[in-house]
Write a protein that binds this ligand. Structure first.
Ligand SMILES: CC(C)(COP(=O)(O)OP(=O)(O)OC[C@H]1O[C@@H](n2cnc3c(N)ncnc32)[C@H](O)[C@@H]1OP(=O)(O)O)[C@@H](O)C(=O)NCCC(=O)NCCS
Length: 346
């Protein structure tokens, strides 16, 4: 336990604190979560340390703030490293704006430095959390940039021309032209198979995926299964890219029917050429899906896939948010992190 004036901080594990975590988290978020979601979120892999929950307590021992760390495997310089992923940062509203969030996050950072000095730490924070973390020494390593591909331009053209009839006709022409360009690009490049389960061929592909440079989340079978196949409320689709009968790439996306969008969370391929071919096939497949308006993919600003996305016609929007890192040794701050939507909310 650590005392700061009248308030104190302490650290516990996850079991036994589920209801308190759920209460604090839900009273400080727009969208409430379930116990089932929490159990999924705090699930750890067999070789990772136990999740750590950091608490801020009032003098009469009420838990008014929390932050948690769940260790997830990342690859860094060809080594599998358990990374301390920070989340569930919450401080009850009436206690905000007086430095208490910072007190809690300083306690957490010092605790990680002392007990997990070899583990880099990572977070995708909200703006309030970013400021508090920056004040206790966390470094912003990059920004997350949403990339959008417009499949049906009607609503965008309509903003420029008054007539709905004309907008539909212009958008239809644009779509036909783009379809021809994509078809020319995809000649003899391979095939794409969409499934709503992770089948054995994809797991086998994930098992043999070579570690990429920089710091990147592990996409091995166990991680993929947990992150996507076992997610308590989001249904993901798995796209398998094959060429000459061999699996050469994987792409995971969420079909958001309400938003008429496919959002890509993760993508991996054997070679950059495979990646490019697979993205082209993916765009072509999306064109034949009824009522789909856009494709979206969020990547950090140095991610190797960005050039391919731009070449295909994806437009980079203003960065959504940033990610911050911290390590006792300064190693996490020197790494080139490769971040996608799949790193969020984990
Ligand atoms: C993120 C969160 C925990 C931050 O808590 P907080 O106590 O408000 O944050 P801080 O400790 O940084 O204090 C905020 C402000 O209080 C003021 N402050 C700091 N120390 C102070 C002190 N000793 N006395 C008076 N005011 C002080 C400062 O103006 C500070 O802002 P600054 O960083 O621009 O200087 C809180 O906003 C929260 O729970 N938000 C909702 C959930 C959320 O967004 N979670 C993040 C998910 S990743």
């Amino acid at each position: 336990m650590h005392d700061s004036g009248e308030f104190s901080c302490e650290v516990t594990g996850f079991p036994g604190y589920e209801q308190e975590i759920l209460r604090l988290r839900n009273s400080n978020r727009n969208e409430p979560e379930t116990r089932e979601y929490l159990d999924w979120r705090y699930q750890r892999s067999a070789d990772s340390p136990e999740p750590q929950v950091f608490w801020l307590l009032t003098p009469d021992r009420q838990r008014i703030g929390m932050a948690s760390v769940v260790f997830r495997p990342y690859w860094s310089n060809n080594m599998r490293v358990q990374t301390a992923v920070v989340g569930d940062i919450s401080l009850d509203t009436r206690w905000r704006g007086r430095g208490l969030g910072q007190t809690l996050l300083r306690f957490m950072t010092e605790y990680l430095d002392a007990h997990f000095p070899q583990q880099p730490a990572f977070v995708i924070p909200t703006e309030a959390a970013r400021r508090a973390l920056a004040n206790v020494g966390w470094v912003t390593s990059g920004a997350l940039v949403p990339h959008v591909y417009v499949l049906d331009a009607t609503r965008y053209v309509r903003a420029l021309v008054r007539s709905g009839w004309l907008a539909t006709r212009i958008a239809r022409r644009m779509r036909a032209l783009e379809r021809i360009v994509t078809r020319l690009r995809t000649k003899r490049v391979g095939a794409l198979h969409l499934k709503d389960t992770l089948d054995e061929s994809l797991l086998e592909f994930a098992r043999r995926l070579p570690p990429s440079g920089g710091a990147v989340r592990d996409l091995g079978p166990e991680s993929l299964n947990w992150r996507y196949a076992q997610h308590p409320h989001t249904r993901f689709t798995f796209a398998r890219f094959t060429r000459s009968g061999e699996t050469r790439g994987l792409l995971v996306f969420e079909d958001s029917t309400l938003e008429q969008t496919w959002s890509i969370y993760d993508l991996a391929a054997k070679t950059p050429a495979n990646l490019s071919a697979r993205l082209t096939l993916f765009v072509q497949r999306a064109r034949s899906a009824p009522d789909l308006v856009t494709l979206r993919v969020t990547l950090d600003e140095r991610h190797p896939c960005r050039a391919q996305l731009r070449a295909l016609g994806f437009i980079a929007r203003r960065p959504d948010t940033v990610f911050q890192v911290h390590s006792h040794s300064g190693m996490a701050e020197r790494l080139a992190w490769c971040v996608t939507q799949g790193d969020k909310d984990t």
